[in-house]
Design a protein around this ligand. Sequence first.
Ligand SMILES: Cc1ncc(C[n+]2csc(CCOP(=O)(O)OP(=O)(O)O)c2C)c(N)n1
Ligand SMILES: [Mg+2]
Length: 182
Amino acid sequence: MMIDLHGHSLKRYLSQMTCIVSFRFEFQMQYGSIGWSVGATLGYAQAAKDKRVIACIGDGSFQVTAQDISTMIRCGQRSIIFLINNGGYTIEVEIHDGPYNVIKNWNYTGLVNAIHNGEGKCWTAKACTEEQLAEAISTATGAHKDSLCFIEVVVHKDDTSKELLEWGSRVSSANSRPPNPQ
Ligand SMILES: Cc1ncc(C[n+]2csc(CCOP(=O)(O)OP(=O)(O)O)c2C)c(N)n1
Ligand SMILES: [Mg+2]
């Protein structure tokens, strides 16, 4: 099972995934509330104990509901969380750029390690290159397959899909239309 907030990265993930035979994909484009995916990961994992939840969570979204990691560890969940650290609100940058789209960079793995505090099973890693990411995935699915695995993936703030750029410019022009005459 895979969870993502807006699903804008769906095409990108899927085009790069050749090994997965069948999985469910959950996202919440309609309401689009950041912070949802952390709580959703907690809830889905608790309800579907026979499955492993894989979550792709933006740094901006994670900062809203990060404390749910604590309950995940307490409940012995073994989800794999990819924290996409692109330094802020990239999807918003594509609609309307401004300094408010930059967020404070956290030590994400340090935060999760502090919550873990040596109690329960939790493993963290930080990947800045493709090789480091591949290695982290193999550890998360191998030696740490029974732990909550939290992998921070560092990417450039402008590393996004063509589809998102097109979507952003359409939303931007819709947002800047003059209001309808009353
Ligand atoms: C509760 C809430 N506040 C604000 C927004 C507006 N908003 C939509 S996406 C987004 C930023 C998401 O940032 P991040 O999770 O880091 O995603 P990425 O950088 O990959 O686009 C914000 C603030 C929202 N959707 N929901
Ligand atoms: Mg982000």
